[in-house]
Design a protein around this ligand. Structure first.
Ligand code: BG6
Length: 513
């Protein structure tokens, strides 16, 4: 019998049927923050784990005044400070041999001539057969020109056949629907969709991937995963940090674009999707897309009712005074950029009809805590739940995305003793306790998948645009309202009163994290 992908349970974004191939990763913006903090440490850890192809090259490409030695020093610093595992001198010596730097502005033909020439020189020495991954870690405004120049320089191979050319695109993919479409079109002018890997690093997080396994590898959850049994779903991504040094970008973005359009909607998709009929990239992504297509639009006056935006004011972080958003470096003193959003929404399909999804995300919350919580309906008001003045707590399945990855299930039990008293307890599973070792970083997993050509955990063009359609309605309504007022929450708190009211209006309450 022929083995097909649908018979192999290990194809969900696991590069187990598709193996990572020897390749060169060209990091556009190679001297930048993402490269130093995430990408170089991720590739280093893949090497330590023995999963990186033996033959590889990493080429930093940017305008920054660096040479190979400077790039290697930057990588060392990045790994020393940010790697999951400490730097091992012998391993690093092997690693740095494969690091190179090419200097040049992204919009000049000459830079690409130099890059192409250097790649042709490097690759035979590193045993790389010409497979290339271009990682665009550059502002969206620079992406179009990079693709154009790559194409002009003849550096993009056709999507069929070998050696391969792939491109990784970092968020933000656009600033609204129109700009996302324009950017996608610019990418498509050079690359076939099968060559494009749009990163949402939340999809590389271990718990997010395991949500699929929880749902579809267990008999007990999926039968309950619908409007008959689920009361509501809460998705929270809370951050402790403020805007930090990223005001330049964040002032233009705000929490809705920065977190909801991508990470939170992706979490919603994995939570709400129908069971895919195969675990292959396009089947999984088709099913996720359907969720976005079923999201009830929130537009016009409804935005005021169902979307709360707010900004952090002065407050405390670990007992230390911290400034409000408007006093952060690089932020305009009368900024109306939201650092917090809470939304009530619905997925209008058979499975989820009438089940509210509450989404919230914010900076400068009391702690870093992200989770997806599925709250089940109450048992009937008889037997143990007969006392209306003291109702039982409902069952909740909470998937902790970070920190302390794991899941807990709240169930009602009887307190020991002669009296019948019901007490909620938590069955708790912690990745760290059960599996030890730290989970790989999201970027490790995702980079390996690109090397293997597995796009399951990457955003497809249609999904990016579908989520922008939904988000752009809200953005337009905010613009049209012309209001310069938005509620403030003190730094170090769980958000504004308006968000409490949003959920209380539906007779529910936010979970305490
Ligand atoms: C990024 C956002 O995509 O995700 C940041 O741009 C945010 O503003 C970050 O802080 C959160 O990622 P993580 O993995 O730390 O939860």
């Amino acid at each position: 019998m022929l083995e097909t992908a649908s018979h192999n349970p290990l194809t969900v974004g696991l590069s187990s049927t598709l193996l990572p191939e020897p390749c060169t990763v060209v990091i556009f913006g190679g001297a930048g923050d993402l490269s130093r903090r995430k990408l170089l440490p991720a590739i280093y850890n893949l090497m330590l784990d023995g999963v990186l192809p033996a033959n590889f090259a990493i080429v930093g490409f940017a305008r920054t005044d660096l040479d190979d030695a400077g790039f290697r020093a930057l990588a060392r610093k990045g790994i020393e400070t940010h790697s999951r595992r400490p730097l091992d001198e012998r391993a690093f010596a092997d690693f740095e041999k494969n690091l190179f730097f090419v200097r040049g502005p992204f919009d000049e033909e000459g830079s690409y001539r130099a890059l192409s020439k250097r790649l042709d020189e490097i690759e035979p020495g590193c045993g790389v057969p010409g497979n290339r991954i271009y990682y665009l870690s550059v502002p969206p405004s620079a992406m179009g020109v990079c693709v154009e120049q790559l194409q002009h320089a003849g550096m993009i191979r056709p999507h069929e056949g070998r050696p391969f050319t792939r491109i990784i695109v970092e968020k933000p993919i656009g600033n609204d629907l129109a700009s996302a479409r324009a950017l996608n079109a610019a990418i498509a002018s050079g690359f076939h969709e099968s060559q494009v890997f749009r990163i949402d690093h939340y999809l590389g997080k271990e718990t997010v991937q395991s949500l699929m396994a929880i749902r579809f590898a267990n008999a007990i959850f999926e039968p309950l995963w619908n409007q008959k049994y689920v009361d509501h779903v809460q998705i929270t991504v809370a951050e402790e940090e403020g805007v930090g040094t990223r005001a330049g970008y964040y002032e233009e973005a705000g929490a809705l674009r920065d977190m909801v359009q991508n990470h939170i909607l992706q979490l919603l998709c994995v939570t709400a999707m129908e069971p895919p009929w195969a675990l292959t990239a396009d089947v999984v992504r088709d099913h996720k897309l359907e969720v976005l297509q079923c999201l009830r639009p929130i537009a016009g006056r409804d935005v005021e009712r169902f979307v709360v935006r707010a900004q952090y004011g002065p407050g405390f972080h670990h007992g230390v005074d911290v400034p409000g958003y408007r006093r952060e470096a690089g932020v305009t003193p009368d900024s109306t950029t939201e650092t917090y959003v809470a939304i009530r929404c619905f997925v209008d399909n058979w499975r989820w009809a009438g089940v509210p999804f509450f989404l919230r995300t914010g900076k400068r919350m009391p702690r870093r805590a992200s989770e997806i919580a599925v709250q089940f309906k109450d048992v009937p008001p008889i037997l143990f739940n007969a006392d209306a003045s003291n109702p039982l707590e409902s069952n909740v399945l909470a998937l902790r995305i970070q920190p302390d990855e794991g899941l807990s299930l709240r169930i009602a039990t009887k307190l020991p003793g002669p009296k019948v008293r019901i007490y909620p307890v938590k069955m708790d599973f912690r990745y760290g306790t059960t599996f030890g070792d730290q989970s790989p970083e999201a970027y490790e997993r995702l980079l390996l998948d690109v090397m293997a050509g597995d796009a399951t955990l990457f955003m497809r063009r249609d999904a990016v645009e579908a989520s922008w359609i939904w988000v752009t309605n809200v953005l337009e309504s905010w613009t049209q309202s012309g209001s310069r007022w938005l509620p403030e929450y003190p730094a170090g708190t769980w958000g504004p009163l308006e968000a409490e009211k949003l959920i209380q209006a539906e007779n529910r309450k936010w979970r305490t994290l």
